[in-house]
Design a binder for this molecule. Structure first.
Ligand SMILES: *[C@@H]1O[C@H](CO)[C@@H](O)[C@H](O)[C@H]1NC(C)=O
Ligand SMILES: *[C@@H]1O[C@H](CO)[C@@H](O)[C@H](O)[C@H]1NC(C)=O
Length: 185
């Protein structure tokens, strides 16, 4: 058999993968006018660890003035936090919370969060939600917007609320309860 150059193999692989993906989305789109709007409610916890041997969140940038700011203004962290069914670290993994949070308040400790919730188990395995919003971490309840989704959650919109379950600043550990109300098709 004639040997194809590697780049050609990779190129045709990429094209066939893209076609498979777009066909699935095309099919979904074709049925969309008959699809009924659904509401899904979810409840899980994320574990954000900024220190120790295996931190799940890392400081990636800051302003020259961040260290002098009482609210860490300008600090940007990238996270890949485990999401679990219950609040214990050993609880069943349901997905990952990947994205960034940036200190965006000059006078109040407040984060701008832009993150994807990627589900890794059950009916939602492989689907994701994209969340954008403000997280004033000391408030008992914070609310953010679902701005979109993939897979089961295509064209999702909705609301996510966060409640701190456990926080230890010297250990750099936060466990946060997440409640999702997603409207999708
Ligand atoms: C989720 O889907 C991936 C890819 O299809 C699969 O490898 C994995 O076993 C699934 N996980 C669960 C818990 O169903
Ligand atoms: C918080 O973390 C510190 C440092 O790891 C530890 O010594 C302390 O016991 C922890 N406090 C709580 C309430 O878990």
């Amino acid at each position: 058999m004639e040997k194809l150059p590697l780049f050609l193999i990779l190129f045709s692989l990429a094209i066939s993968m893209a076609m498979a993906d777009s066909n699935e989305v095309d099919e979904w789109f074709g049925n969309l006018q008959h699809a009924k709007e659904r509401t899904t409610r979810l409840h899980f916890y994320f574990h954000d660890t900024t220190s120790g041997k295996n931190p799940s969140a890392r400081r990636v940038a800051q302003a020259p003035s961040t260290n002098k700011s009482p609210t860490f203004f300008g600090l940007i962290n990238m996270m890949d936090d485990p999401l679990t069914e219950g609040p214990e670290a050993t609880s069943k993994l349901v997905g990952r919370g990947q994205g960034l949070y940036a200190s965006s308040g000059l006078d109040e400790l407040s984060l701008l969060m832009a993150w994807n919730v990627i589900f890794k188990s059950g009916d939602y395995n492989g689907s994701s939600l994209t969340i954008l919003g403000r997280n004033p971490t000391t408030h008992p309840l914070r609310e953010m917007s679902i701005v979109g989704g993939t897979g089961v959650f295509r064209m999702a919109r909705g609301v996510v609320t966060l409640k701190t379950y456990f926080f230890n600043s010297s250990a750099g550990v936060a466990v946060v309860q997440v409640d999702v109300v997603a409207i999708h098709y």
